[in-house]
Design a protein around this ligand. Structure first.
Ligand code: C2E
Ligand code: MG
Ligand code: MG
Length: 404
């Protein structure tokens, strides 16, 4: 039917409809009711002019007779989401809708199916429930695929493509560096340098973040031992993802590695983003508490960009808030940012927590933070992320530096 549409030589819209968590519906209500839902959706579609077909699982393809308006697509979504009464239960469906404008975005049936996959996938991950395919989206998707393929390859047989950089955190009361943050770098043979901002989130989705974290922890502990040997007494902060926090073996692995190197727990610390804590809050608290019980410091990273409430902070076993750099980069110029940062500092202090400000790029910001009682500062003004060797050199060169 799709091929025939292309032969008409008229622009048309291919609409993909994906039932949200169809597997869950089958699990909860049984396959029989899952099938009923599909039939009911097909029936609702047949009330409009066009042809519908099932793609896979909970996905349908619909080719409307006429080019629909945006308002009609909204109406279609609402119609499909009307609760389905099976006689025993009422099932509330959520659907996402992907739109392919043909022939602009696809020239044949195969391209429609490929792009439908892309657009429905993107709609699901970005939670935009009505989404049109665009060439930009196609490019992003292929980039994501190549990152996944290359990451797997690197993890299996090219670990030397990873390296760790360290960025100092300056203690604003002592005027010395007491912590460094470990930041991963990846230079891939095919893709070149890929920023962690691009590949960490992808690794989380693709299920390979645990292998990355394991590499980071091993390397960070080796380097922590080197720093000690060089008389550099710093705690190395490791960034953890949501999956890492939930990994019950992580803490024991870390402790075993430290013991093998004869290192105390205070030479490592951890950073976790707010968003990662919200997902499975109660379990996260238990796991974090176990880390705190062993004496590890834990910071909430990128603080201010997530959804923390006061009540939530009170129960969190963390000892540091790390103010997101978006509030710090222009601190000297922006009154609003100053208000936010001052508020975070007093909030943290009232909960008995420390504050780290990241993204300190100038002396003005550094001075303001010190005046407001912020404990630690990190940013390009102090030092950019550097290799372990360069960090050791930088540290020794700056032993006498008067930062203010
Ligand atoms: P993050 O943990 O918030 O790290 C701070 C980021 O800010 C780093 O970017 C750092 O290079 C950058 N930065 C530091 N000072 C300044 C400054 O003065 N100005 C500006 N403009 N930027 C500054 P990077 O290294 O690209 O890392 C980005 C993010 O990737 C990190 O954000 C973290 O969320 C993630 N990441 C990095 N390494 C790891 C890792 O080993 N494991 C995990 N799970 N995530 C990592
Ligand atoms: Mg961090
Ligand atoms: Mg951050």
């Amino acid at each position: 039917m799709l091929e025939r549409k292309f032969l008409d030589n008229q622009p048309f819209l291919a609409i993909g409809i994906n039932i949200f968590d169809f597997r869950g519906i089958n699990d909860i209500f049984g396959y029989h009711n899952g099938d009923l839902c599909l039939k009911e959706l097909a029936f609702r579609l047949s009330e409009f002019d066009g042809v519908a077909a099932r793609l896979t699982g909970g996905e349908l393809l619909w080719l409307p007779e006429q080019l629909p308006t945006a308002a009609f697509i909204e109406h279609l979504k609402a119609t499909l989401e009307t609760p389905i009464d099976t006689g025993d239960v009422s099932i509330n469906l959520k659907v996402s809708i992907g739109l392919i404008h043909c022939p602009k975005d696809a020239n044949n049936a195969e391209e429609v199916f490929k792009r439908m996959n892309i657009v429905l996938d993107e709609a699901l991950t970005t939670r935009q429930f009505i989404l049109s395919f665009s060439s930009e989206l196609g490019k992003r998707y292929s980039r994501r695929l190549s990152i996944i393929t290359e990451l797997r390859h690197t993890l299996e047989q090219a670990l030397e493509e990873f390296s760790l950089n360290y960025q100092p955190k300056l203690d604003l009361k002592k005027g010395t560096v007491t912590h460094v943050e470990a930041l991963i770098r990846w230079t891939n043979a095919r893709l070149g340098f890929v920023s962690p901002e691009d590949f960490i989130a992808i690794a989380e989705h693709a299920g390979c973040i645990e292998s990355i974290t394991s590499w980071v922890i091993n390397r960070a502990i080796d380097d922590a031992a080197r720093f000690r040997e060089a008389n550099i007494d710093v705690s190395v902060a490791i960034n953890l993802s949501a999956k890492d926090i939930m990994n019950p073996a992580l803490l024991q692995n870390v402790l075993a590695l430290l013991k093998a190197k004869n290192l105390p727990t205070d030479c490592l610390s951890f950073e976790i983003t707010e968003g990662d804590l919200v997902k499975d809050h109660d379990k996260a608290i238990i796991h974090l508490q176990a880390f705190r019980d062993e004496g590890f410091e834990i910071a909430i990273d990128d603080f201010g960009t997530g959804y923390s409430s006061m009540a939530y902070l009170q129960n969190l076993p963390v000892n540091t808030l790390k103010v997101d750099k978006s509030f710090v980069l222009n601190l000297h110029k922006k009154d609003g940012d100053q208000k936010i940062v001052k508020t975070v500092i007093s909030l943290a202090h009232s909960f008995g927590m420390n504050v780290v400000a990241e993204g300190v790029e100038n002396i003005e910001a550094l001075t303001l933070l010190a005046d407001w009682g912020c404990e630690l500062a990190q940013g390009y003004y102090i030092c950019k992320p550097a290799s372990a060797d360069n960090l050791i050199t930088w540290y020794n060169d700056n032993l006498e530096t008067k930062w203010f």
